[in-house]
Every structure is written in structure tokens, then in C-alpha cells.
Ligand binder design. Structure first.
Ligand SMILES: [Mn+2]
Length: 328
């Protein structure tokens, strides 16, 4: 029997009693997935408890400095056995990066997330779609009970999660509470200016050139300019030596264009194409499109995967969906 937790206090009481913990998150982890995972691990460390994090791949370059003391694993030790598995920032079980697809039969699964379409796949579930980031939920937990101890690494990890999911405190999910918590994180020792510098003022030249090339030569515009998208082909990425996992910022740039409501990138992935979608207007919730194509996400940021060997048919499918969402 699975249960749904409604309050931060209940969640905090549950987490405080755990030991022998594995933390997991979605595939191709973003700043919130990474920040909230490291933050929760740090919170357990601060209580003298051990918790491992599993990622299915090495982290994007901008996050590599977070992991210099080998605090996460890519290949778990054979026979690794955890009593609890905490899933962060992931709406459904299939999207979780897991080294053992049967882990939920071997460990008690705790699902903590802020995606509105979360499928409550855990034995224990806490989902708050009003939270701007999963990192905000972890912050709420750790500040809800004085048993938890906060230090500056914890504050930095939370801040990274919040900054990434709010686009640097600029997206619609930024409210007064988020700003107060950001201020509190600085009081707890987060290095705000360092994080801003690393995230927004340290773009590799190759990335700048890729962005320029992709806007100049590969961006397409439809529906009176309300929709723009880029096919981030392997050829284009290879030209600049940039891996797909590093390109999280490109789509966010597209939606800053005046008059654009929806932006997308399409990238080849294994036996199909990954479509990432952004909206800057809740009148056009892109998770609706993602859902119709078996993906998911938030109203303003969502994604899906279409199994197909044919780019043009995937592009056409996406255009049909966007057209109807925009009411054309
Ligand atoms: Mn998130």
C-alpha cells in the first residue's frame, strides 16, 4: 500500500528515520535534479548518515566541480543493497535513471517531486507542484525541524537547484517565497555571486558559437513567429564538440525572443528523437503536447521522446501538436 504525504513535517519525520539510502533522479539530470540530490545527501551527511547518489552518466561539465570528492556513483558495487531509494525530481518510474530496474521491489521507494503529472510511483509520495524546484522542497524539509543541520555546501546545492528551475529567478514560478528562501540560503552561507558567475557568466566559447550558428542557420519559425525550434543534429553538435547534455541553455534562449510563445529543440537520441519544449505563457501549457506523445513535465517546460528513424516525420508531428495548442 502506498501512501501520499501532504505536509513537509510528515516528509521530514520520514526522512529523519532513514538509513542505508540511495538517492536517484531522472535520466540526463538537470540542475534541479543534481542540486537537490547533492543537497539531500549533504543533509544526511550532516546527521552522520551515509547516502549514495546514483547517476547514469557523468554530469554536464558545469556541474562537475560539485562532485570532486566522489560523492556519486555511476557503477554501483556489485550486490549493493539499499533499504531505501529516494527518487527526486522525476514524474514517473520509467524516466528514473536506475542501475537496477527492479529496485522498487528491493528497496522502499520514496518519491519527492514537483511535477504536476507525477504518477505517485513510490511507496511514500510527496508531490508539491507549487514548489519552483525539487530543491525548494528539500529546503523546506531541512528548515522544518531543528534536528537537521544546515551548512554552506547544502545551501549552495539548494541554490543551484532553485536557480536552474527558475531560470535565474526569472520564470513564472519565481514568487516572494522563493526570493525569501534564496535570501535565507545566502544567510546560510550559499555563495550567490559565485553560482551566478559559474552559471551565467562562464559560457565556453564553443557553446556561444553553437548558439549563434544554430540561431542563424538552423532556427525555424512557424505560426507568425509564435513558435521557434532548432534541430540540434549530431552534425551540428559535433561541429562544436558539444554533447547534447550540455545544451540545456539553448532552448531557454529561444523563449526569450519577443513574440515567441513556444520554443523547442529536437535531438536524435538512440532509436528516436527527444523533443524539448518550453512555453513562456501558461495559456499554452507545453506539457499537454508532451503528454500526448507519452512524455511529461511542467506547463512551461516539458519533454518527450518519439521513437522513429525519420526526422521529418517527427518534425511534422511536433508541428501538428504545436499548431493545435496555439489555436491555428
Ligand atoms: Mn525540477
Amino acid at each position: 500500500m502506498s501512501s501520499i504525504y501532504k505536509t513537509i513535517k510528515e516528509l521530514s519525520d520520514l526522512l529523519l528515520h532513514l538509513n542505508n539510502i540511495l538517492i536517484v533522479t531522472h535520466e540526463r539530470p538537470d540542475g534541479d535534479a543534481i542540486g537537490s540530490s547533492f543537497a539531500l545527501q549533504q543533509a544526511f551527511f550532516n546527521l552522520g548518515k551515509k547516502a549514495d547518489i546514483y547517476f547514469s552518466d557523468t554530469l554536464p561539465e558545469r556541474y562537475l566541480h560539485l562532485s570532486n570528492d566522489q560523492t556519486y556513483v555511476i557503477k554501483p558495487k556489485p550486490g549493493a543493497n539499499y533499504k531505501y531509494c529516494i527518487a527526486l525530481d522525476c514524474g514517473n518510474y520509467d524516466r528514473l535513471a536506475l542501475y537496477d530496474k527492479n529496485i522498487r521491489n528491493r528497496a522502499e521507494m520514496i518519491n519527492i517531486d514537483h511535477h504536476p503529472d507525477n504518477e505517485l510511483f513510490g511507496l511514500y509520495n510527496f508531490v508539491d507542484s507549487n514548489a519552483c524546484a525539487t530543491a525548494e522542497i528539500i529546503f523546506d524539509v531541512v528548515t522544518s525541524d531543528t534536528t537537521w543541520k544546515i551548512n554552506s555546501p547544502f545551501a549552495n546545492f539548494i541554490l543551484i537547484g532553485i536557480m536552474l528551475d527558475t531560470g535565474g529567478l526569472r520564470f513564472d514560478n519565481t514568487n516572494a517565497g522563493v526570493l525569501r528562501k534564496t535570501a535565507a540560503l545566502i544567510d546560510y552561507g550559499a555563495d550567490y555571486l559565485k553560482i551566478i558567475k559559474e552559471m551565467y557568466f562562464a559560457k565556453p566559447l564553443a557553446m556561444m558559437l553553437l548558439e549563434t550558428d544554430s540561431c542563424l542557420n538552423h532556427m525555424k519559425s512557424e505560426f507568425d513567429g509564435k513558435f521557434v525550434y532548432i534541430h540540434l543534429s549530431d552534425e551540428l553538435l559535433n561541429k562544436y564538440g558539444i554533447q547534447y547534455k550540455e545544451t540545456e541553455g539553448i532552448i531557454d534562449n529561444l523563449r526569450t525572443i519577443k513574440g515567441v510563445y513556444i520554443a523547442a529543440t529536437i535531438t536524435k537520441l538512440n532509436d528516436g528523437y527527444k523533443i524539448s519544449l518550453r512555453s513562456n505563457n501558461i495559456t499554452y501549457p507545453v506539457n499537454q503536447i508532451a503528454k500526448e506523445l507519452s512524455g511529461g513535465g511542467h506547463k512551461l517546460a516539458a519533454g518527450c521522446f518519439v521513437k522513429s528513424g525519420d526526422y521529418l516525420s517527427v518534425e511534422a508531428l511536433m508541428l501538428t501538436k504545436v499548431k493545435s495548442l496555439l489555436g491555428y
